[in-house]
Design a protein around this ligand. Structure first.
Ligand code: HEC
Length: 97
């Protein structure tokens, strides 16, 4: 698995070290995160993930996902929030440790 190897070599924020990336990807699809964001932002729903915005650390990213979880009543467990945040970090934000 090339992706897994590349991931292992990339510095990962400590809070995402044990994150289950497969689970995170699955949850992002299941909870239609991007579909909802796309209704508010006229694009594919991914432009919302803005590393240059208010979110500038891995901790804040996780906090924002937790915020969406709470506000939208998604009912995610803490480790699921971490898994989702880790995937968003890998694909969009790329925060280091
Ligand atoms: C029902 C609609 C809705 C759903 C479902 C939803 N979100 Fe959001 N999300 C929003 C809105 C609205 C904002 C902007 C809030 C703000 O700026 O305070 C937002 C903002 C965010 C941000 C901040 C982006 C940035 O860089 O500023 C992240 C990260 C995020 N959502 C993650 C998720 C994830 C992950 C899920 C799925 C588990 C999800 N959201 C599901 C509506 C939603």
């Amino acid at each position: 698995m090339a992706a897994a190897g590349a991931w292992a070599q990339t510095p990962v924020p400590a809070i995402f070290k044990d994150a289950d990336l497969k689970l995170g990807e699955q949850l992002i699809a299941e909870h239609k995160c991007n579909q909802c964001h796309a209704m508010k932002w006229a694009d594919d729903g991914k432009a919302i993930y803005r590393p240059k915005g208010a979110i500038d650390t891995a901790g804040k990213l996780r906090g924002m996902v937790e915020g969406c979880n709470t506000r939208m009543n998604l009912g995610l467990f803490p480790e699921e929030v971490t898994a989702i945040s880790a995937v968003l970090n890998r694909d969009h934000y790329r925060f280091g440790p």
